[in-house]
Write a protein that binds this ligand. Structure first.
Ligand SMILES: N[C@@H](CCC(=O)N[C@@H](CS)C(=O)NCC(=O)O)C(=O)O
Length: 214
């Protein structure tokens, strides 16, 4: 398997964690999102992902994009260990937590959104961080409440084994720190993060451990 990835990309980080949890070997193909105006915009990469976003996964010549779709694919194709519970209601709860991050928080603080705010809408650098922090805080506040009140409270976001929710959470918390968010209001999420990072699958997927890390 080949993973088109960037060490600091939180969507790539999700897929690295999922691959590690499933014990799947993969080769990393780094796509630097800043160098030379962004390697994601090269024609050679846009042939792989016309959206010019990482990650993309090549599994035996099948190229897949969108981290949630990739992780759902991995779950179906390589079901052990599971990253979703078995009960349909539980599965929906886990997906809902993952989507708060992947659909509601991350897209609005993504690089291309910030670049557009800065270059085209002439917003000052400081305001970009305020923007990112606003959307991250809004999403994490809701997630903290959901994690506290989940019927399957455990070591992780949902129960005692890692799920897609945890896989989305840990990279998002790393992003939050980069933008200078105060995470002290989210003690439950921080406990979950500690439990996750105690697992080699999470620890080895961390940005600073990647071959393209700066
Ligand atoms: N929804 C997509 C998001 C992918 C995405 O936004 N990737 C970012 C890095 S985390 C990216 O490639 N950004 C490049 C850019 O903004 O130009 C997914 O989950 O895969």
């Amino acid at each position: 398997m080949k993973l088109y990835t960037f060490f600091r990309s939180s969507a790539s980080y999700r897929v690295r964690i999922a691959l590690n949890l499933k014990g799947l070997a993969y080769e990393q193909i780094p796509i630097h999102l800043r160098r030379a105006g962004g390697e994601q915009f090269a024609a050679s990469y846009k042939a792989i992902n016309p959206q010019a976003l990482v990650p993309a996964l090549d599994d035996g010549g099948q190229i897949l994009t969108q981290s949630l779709a990739i992780m759902e694919y991995l779950e179906e194709r390589y079901p052990k260990p599971p990253l979703l519970p078995t009960d349909p209601v539980d599965r929906a709860r886990v997906r809902s937590m993952a989507m708060i991050i992947a659909c509601e928080i991350h897209p609005i603080q993504n690089l291309r959104v910030l670049v557009h705010l800065k270059n085209n809408l002439r917003q000052p650098e400081d305001d970009l961080n305020l923007w990112a922090r606003h959307w991250i805080d809004l999403g994490l506040s809701a997630l903290e409440q959901i994690a506290i009140s989940t019927p399957k409270r455990g070591k992780f976001c949902f129960g005692d084994t890692p799920t897609l929710a945890d896989i989305c959470l840990v990279p998002q918390l790393a992003n939050a720190r980069r933008f200078g968010c105060d995470l002290s209001a989210y003690p439950t999420l921080l406990h979950v993060e500690t439990a996750c990072n105690a697992l080699p699958a999470f620890a080895n997927a961390a940005p600073e451990k990647q071959p393209d890390a700066e």
